[in-house]
Structures are given as C-alpha cells and as structure tokens.
Design a protein around this ligand. Structure first.
Ligand code: 5CA
Ligand code: ZN
Length: 416
C-alpha cells in the first residue's frame, strides 16, 4: 500500500542524545540502544471513523520516537499496518450501505492526509491486512505444525476455526504483566471471545476464522476464511523486521491481549524470544474524562479541526503539552493554550538574535530523550522564548537554530 509523503527533517546543530523509553514488559525506563537501523512497528488504524485525536496522539508519540532515533544517528525502518479486515469495519460498512473495501480505502486516504498535515514521518512499509493473507496462512501453518494451534470440533457449530493455545510459550503474560484476572477482563473487553464454544481455554486466541455467510474469505489449508487480529501484526512485523526488533508500539489499550498475543504467536512460531525489545504504549486521550473511541462515538476528528481552519501544528503542540504515558482529555482550552504558546515562540524566533540556542537545544534534546518528556521540552522552549523576548540577544542566529530544532525534533514547521 502506498504510504504518505515525508516532510523534510533538517539536521539540528549539536549532537543527538541516546533515547531512553519506558518498556511495558520490564516496567522500566532504559536506553533503546538500537543498531545502525532501528526497527519499529506501530499498530495502525482499523479504517473507519478516523482520525480522532486519540489516534493522532498515539502516532505523534511514535513520530517523536522516530525523530529522536534519527537525531541520535540511526536509520529507522518503520512498519505500520492497517486492519482492513475486521468485524467493526464490516458492521460500519453494512450500516452505511457501502462496500467494506470502499469504506477502508476512503478512511485510509483520510488518515494519510491527516498524518501528512500533522507532519508525521511515514512508515517505510505501510501494509494492509488484505495484502498479507498469504503471510498469515504461512504463520498459522507453522503454529499448527509445532502443535501450538488446534481446530474447533466441527460438531460444535459447523465452524472449525483455528485457535492458538495461549500457554504455548513459557513466558506468556510477560509483555503486559497482567495477572489471570486482568487478562480475563481485558480479553473479554478488547476483541476476545472467551465464551466461544469448543475452545480448550477461554483465553485461547483466534488465528483463522472459517468462512461465514456474507463475510469476505481467502483460501487456506483449513478452509476458506480470514485471519484473526493478533496474527496479522505478528506476521507483518516479523516478516519485515525479524525477531527482536527494537520497538513495538501502540496505544495502551493494545497492551493486552493484542501485543501479548502478537508477541506470543511469533515467539511460538519461531522458537525465538523476545518478539520486540521494547513494548511502548501511549496513554489514552479522552473527551470530558471518557476514552475517545469509535465505538462510543465521542470523537474529535483531526479532519474537523482542519476544516475549522486549525493549524495542525497547534494540534501537535496541544497534545505534546501532556506526557505520552498520562491519560488526558482533549479540550478547547488545550488548543487555546497551544495557540498562545505558539504565538510567543514565533515572536521570539522572528527576532533572529536571541538567548543562547546551543544550551536550549541541548536541554530540549535531553528532555525528549528522557522517555519523551514533552512537557519538560516545551518548558525549555518557553524559557528560551521568555529570555529572548526579555531582550537577551547574545546568540545572533538563535531564532533559526531553535526553529530548526523544533522542526526536526518536534515536527513543528518553521512557518507555524
Ligand atoms: N488496527 C488496530 C491495531 S492493529 C487498532 O487498534 N486500530 S484503532 O483504529 O482502533 O486504533 C489505532 C491506534 O490508535 C492504536 O494504536 C490504538 O491503541 C490507538 N488509540 C485508539 N483510541 C485511542 C485513544 N482514545 N487515545 C490514544 N490512542 C488511541
Ligand atoms: Zn496491531
């Protein structure tokens, strides 16, 4: 699938700082320390009702990861999927009387356009689930061959779906750190089917769903059907990044079951562990204290704000005012605060000369490399702007140096 076009990333004066991130699996912040090419997989959208500010916040978080890795001298091999075959997509298509493919294409186009407007760096591989059915079939076959998967007895309901034995890997649960009760609750809430008759255990996860009337299907050794959800990301990431790639990312709602099973499937299929070196999760964005979600319909869309004439850079700045690991709410006040901050920064930058830029840029890098401390980073720029506007003009080219750093590290265009 085509990605979107990349904004230019200027080189920032001075040296980048090694990135440290919080890894959900180990529950600690440590240095990412990738090789020359960092591998990053971020779970993409299910293309209906995009792009709300929760989605935007998550992709902006990983855009910062990308930019900091670049600044620290690494190349980044970034892979993202779109889940263009899934129940909620079919339900929405049915409700609206459109073909599910058409709905998926339209929403994916909208997402690309929003990402481009937000100046998010595009994935090198942007991969639709429908493009990788053969990869999924191959990986399910590996799991079946290794004895990690089984079929539902056709006598149960006539649908011999293929399921994954959740205890196939000894470390199952290491990624989320959830205990049995938390797993049971999250599995039921987030796309699992604990009550499916014929499963060996309620937590076993769907790998291949055999054809049901009215649903799309592809051929496989287990009959015509379609992939389960977790195996999709597992196969796409493993086949492009290999095992032990650097960062597996997404929103915190994916920590279990999705990322736990994506990791477990790949580990069970290959006999290698871990799937990823870091599992990184962006907190949830809400509206009036409730998680923004397509199923609840309490959405603020990037598109709507753009149509109202809001500069996408202000959306970036408003979301960056909170830390990525803190659940937070979107509000008009947040946007206003970003507008006022942006105005102050622009006035300071347009002076040309200003307070020492090398000190400010190095502090900015330090804050961002410390588990993406964006509130701290914004405070650094606030202090630089304040000193500059108070008359400090000791650095003759401070304005352009700071503008370059904001562009490269925070994705904020010089013009905004
Ligand atoms: N297609 C799957 C991942 S394979 C999926 O979760 N799609 S999604 O469209 O529901 O979400 C896309 C991304 O946005 C995911 O990383 C998800 O964790 C994140 N996300 C969804 N809602 C929010 C929210 N309210 N705040 C922050 N991130 C969110
Ligand atoms: Zn995923």
């Amino acid at each position: 699938m085509i990605s979107w076009s990349s904004p230019a990333v200027p080189a920032v004066p001075g040296d980048g700082v090694p990135l440290r991130l919080f890894d959900t699996a180990r529950g600690e912040i440590r240095e990412v320390a990738p090789g020359p090419v960092a591998g990053m997989y971020v779970c993409g959208i299910t293309p209906y009702d995009t792009t709300h500010l929760g989605h935007a916040a998550t992709y902006l978080t990983f855009d910062l990861v990308y930019r900091l890795l670049l600044d620290a001298g690494h190349e980044v091999h970034y892979v993202q999927n779109t889940t263009d075959v899934d129940d909620p997509l079919f339900e929405r298509a049915e409700r609206d009387g459109v073909d599910w493919r058409e709905l998926g294409d339209r929403e994916t186009d909208l997402f690309r356009s929003d990402m481009q407007a937000l100046r998010v760096l595009p994935p090198r591989d942007y991969v639709a689930a429908t493009e990788t059915i053969d990869e999924v079939v191959e990986m399910v076959a590996e799991l079946v061959d290794r004895g990690h998967a089984y079929r539902i007895d056709p006598g149960v309901d006539g649908y011999p779906d293929v399921y994954y034995r959740h205890r196939a890997t000894p470390g199952f649960g290491y990624e989320s750190g959830y205990d049995a009760d938390e797993m049971a609750r999250a599995f039921a809430e987030r796309g699992g089917d604990p009550d499916r008759e014929g499963k060996e255990h309620p937590l076993d996860a769907l790998l291949w769903r055999v054809r049901r009337p009215g649903e799309p299907f592809w051929p496989s050794p287990w009959g015509e059907g379609r992939p389960g959800w977790h195996i999709e990301c597992s196969a796409i990431a493993r086949n492009r990044l290999g095992m032990e790639f650097d960062v597996q990312g997404g929103g915190s709602d994916l920590a279990f079951p999705h990322h736990e099973f994506s990791a477990a499937h790949a580990e069970a299929a290959t006999g290698h562990s871990p799937f990823a070196r870091f599992y990184v999760h962006a907190a949830m964005i809400g509206l009036d204290g409730v998680k923004m979600s397509k199923s609840l319909g309490n959405l603020v869309r990037v598109q709507t704000l753009r149509q109202q004439g809001v500069d996408p850079a202000l959306i970036r700045l408003a979301l960056a005012a909170g830390h990525y690991r803190t659940d937070r709410s979107w509000s008009e006040a947040l946007l206003e605060e970003a507008r006022s901050r942006c105005g102050t920064w622009c006035r300071a930058i347009s002076r040309g000369a200003g307070a020492d830029s090398a000190t400010a840029i190095s502090a900015l890098r330090e804050r961002l490399a410390d588990d993406l401390d964006t509130p701290g980073a914004l405070a650094v720029v606030d202090a630089w702007a304040e000193a500059t506007l108070a008359g400090d003009d000791s650095d003759p080219s401070a304005g352009s140096a700071v503008a370059t750093a904001l562009d490269a590290l925070l994705g904020l265009a010089p013009a905004s």
